[in-house]
Design a protein around this ligand. Structure first.
Ligand SMILES: Nc1ncnc2c1ncn2[C@@H]1O[C@H](COP(=O)(O)OP(=O)(O)O)[C@@H](O)[C@H]1O
Ligand SMILES: [Mg+2]
Length: 388
């Protein structure tokens, strides 16, 4: 659609993946004028939204001219190149979250350093550049260690469990670029992984969501259960940590704090300063979805209630099956199951790709989990048993 040059937008979203798609879905009911910067017309959000600009979200000139017509600029990802952030800062665009928070969210090493400095609980870590560095670190912590890329990893790509010096050598031999910034971390004996989501507005209003269990398989988030099956003590602690971090980084918008639970201890894993996979359940499962909350927060509107709408809420991701079947082919079967809420992102099907998610609400957790996994399995043409 052609937009007149002097029309201003309330919000510009840089990036047009499924998170942007679900943000514009929330913007419709609030009547917000939103423009989306998409890399390609086939991007998830570009497929469904009239006000799109096609261009690279990594090109400073493209993003700068996109931002000119927007009162507020937000992002559907945090991997925003520093040169893009620099140009937007010079241009005095209103970035929410702020550029420093974004830069922190994309650099796991800097994040760890900042959090450790503030006395927040993080696994033991050290920046490493060589096999010798990893081996020296392992002398202090013991094997195995987690080795990860500081920048650019996602869905477990860029995270390795290294059990010995020879394994470290093997890893380094397989890395494409020498000099990649890497972190070595103590391998945490994780009992479960949880996420705490918080929203914060420029006015300083804060809202926290229930802490959720997140199940990762092969480094990819597969299932979210709200509320998490942890003690009130641990969940209060996780929530307090999320608020601490949100204030420390002067967050605007929503942020997910990923945490490891080991015994009675909590360790911060990483943050995402945007709507997050662990919050997809909020669309049906909370009074205000994370997507609406993010828009409210970046627009400095009052935040909404984060109350659960059911005793238990389960979301299971729909990942592309091995045959690359389009989940729409089995939509009818999934929808025939009662109480199954299906979200498909319009992406082309590829094995392992996040194509959608399903959410089930219920009073009985096991029953809700079973139905959600069954529906997700039907959509990918696989029969997947609930794995817990
Ligand atoms: N120090 C660690 N100890 C044990 N497991 C870890 C450690 N760091 C990461 N993992 C596992 O790897 C997954 C992905 O790591 P993460 O740093 O969150 O990468 P990504 O950016 O791909 O999400 C985590 O969810 C966790 O299951
Ligand atoms: Mg992670």
């Amino acid at each position: 659609m052609l937009t007149s040059m002097n029309e201003r937008f309330d919000i510009g979203i840089v990036g047009a993946g499924q998170l942007a798609r679900m943000m514009v879905q929330a913007a419709i009911s609030l009547g917000l004028r939103v423009r989306v910067l998409a890399e390609s017309p086939a991007d998830s959000a570009a497929l469904v939204w009239p006000d799109i600009v096609i261009g690279s979200p990594n090109d400073p000139e493209v993003v700068a001219s996109f931002a000119e017509a927007c009162n507020v600029v937000t992002f559907d990802h945090e991997l925003v190149p520093p040169k893009v952030l620099a140009v937007l800062t010079v241009q005095r665009a209103t970035l929410r979250p702020n550029p420093k928070a974004l830069a922190l969210a994309q650099d796991k090493l800097w994040q760890r350093e900042q959090f450790a400095r503030r006395g927040l609980p993080v696994p033991r870590f050290h920046g490493v550049r060589s096999i010798e560095d990893v081996a020296a670190f392992a002398i202090e912590t013991g094997w195995p260690v987690a080795v990860k890329t500081a920048v650019g990893g996602y869905d477990g790509r860029g995270v390795w469990r290294v059990a010995s010096a020879p394994e470290a050598a093997e890893l380094f031999a397989s890395l494409p670029a020498r000099g990649t910034n890497l972190i070595a971390e103590a391998w945490v004996p994780i009992d479960r992984e949880v996420a705490a989501m918080v929203a914060r507005s420029p006015a300083g209003e804060v809202a926290t969501y229930p802490v959720v269990d997140t199940l990762q398989i092969d480094g990819i988030c597969r299932e979210i259960v709200a509320p998490a099956g942890i003690s009130a003590h641990l969940s209060d602690k996780a929530t307090a940590l999320a608020i601490d971090v949100a204030k420390a980084i002067d967050l605007t918008g929503v942020m997910a704090l990923e945490l490891f639970v080991a015994g009675d201890e909590l360790f911060i894993n990483e943050i995402a300063t945007r709507p997050h996979n662990s919050g997809h359940y909020t669309i049906e499962g909370c009074t205000t979805s994370q997507f609406e909350q993010h828009l409210r927060a970046v627009m400095d509107l009052p935040l909404g209630s984060t109350d659960l709408t059911a005793e238990h809420v389960v979301t299971v991701n729909v990942l592309g099956g091995p045959t690359g079947e389009d989940p729409r082919q089995t939509l009818a079967q999934a929808l025939a199951l009662p109480g199954v809420n299906v979200h498909l992102y319009g992406k082309s099907a590829r094995p392992g790709r996040k194509l959608g998610h399903v959410t089930v609400l219920g009073e009985n957790l096991e029953e809700a989990r079973e139905r959600a996994w069954l529906a997700a399995g039907l959509l990918t043409g696989e029969r997947v048993e609930s794995p817990r």
